[in-house]
Ligand binder design. Structure first.
Ligand code: DX5
Ligand code: ZN
Length: 219
């Protein structure tokens, strides 16, 4: 684990997203970042909530026993409630669900917290901070999507920085995770706005030197 505090006195964490790794050799890909990453971001896509499929709990079950890094699970799914327990059993240390797919968001977060892991609420670029205010209050962390979810390697949407600033102002202690299009150019903007967990897929796994890329993102 690395510690790096920013001006908001928040611990900055870099969480590589496995969506951008070579999926034919996931174990080796994890080994390649084990010594310097702060966690691993596990993107679960169901082909319904987003137009793409990725991987599920059986994959996490294998990988989570092979690394000391904690896995945070990002459920981009229409029905996240039916998946929660299997991801907890598979070793998730944090699970976040989308505001847009949870009509009973408070209950869903309660269930996640009941497993004694961190509960997060994710907001798509088109979802306002005001809509999610009550859920954010109750969640351990909020994930701000800085692309429309479904694919890695998309361009960062700078409009979401305002949303992060609002949340940081109202919730000085809250973990704010940002996900999508994080690069050496956009990471400082996200940190400046108040984000402290940075998900990075392409910027880490497509880099020539992954350790160096991770350091640069941390700032
Ligand atoms: C997008 C996923 C992201 C994605 C980020 O739907 O939630 O976690 O892997 O990839 P990059 O960093 O390449 O934009
Ligand atoms: Zn993600």
């Amino acid at each position: 684990m690395n510690n790096n505090m920013n001006k908001n006195n928040l611990d900055i964490k870099i969480q590589p997203s496995l969506l951008a790794c070579n999926m034919g050799k996931m174990q080796e890909e994890i080994n390649s970042i084990d010594n310097f990453a702060d966690g691993i971001h596990f993107d679960v896509m169901d082909g319904q909530f987003v137009p793409n499929l990725s991987f599920g709990a059986p994959v996490l079950e294998h990988l989570s026993t092979q690394s000391e890094l904690g896995f945070d699970v990002h459920l981009m799914c229409e029905q996240p409630d039916i998946l929660l327990e299997s991801f907890v059993k598979a070793g998730a240390k944090a699970i976040c669900v989308h505001m847009e797919s949870c009509p009973n968001i408070h209950r869903t977060l309660q269930v996640i917290k009941g497993f004694n892991i961190l509960a997060g609420v994710a907001l798509n670029p088109g979802t306002s901070y005001e809509t999610a205010y009550e859920a954010i209050k109750f969640a351990d962390y909020v994930l701000i999507m800085s692309v429309n979810p479904g694919f890695g390697g998309q361009k960062f949407l700078p409009e979401v920085l305002e949303k992060i600033k609002h949340i940081r102002k109202n919730f000085p202690e809250k973990i704010i995770q940002i996900d999508g299009g994080i690069t050496t150019e956009t990471a400082p903007l996200a940190i400046e706005a108040g984000a402290n967990w940075l998900v990075a897929g392409s910027a880490i796994f497509k880099a020539k030197n992954r350790e160096d890329a991770c350091k640069k993102l941390r700032g």
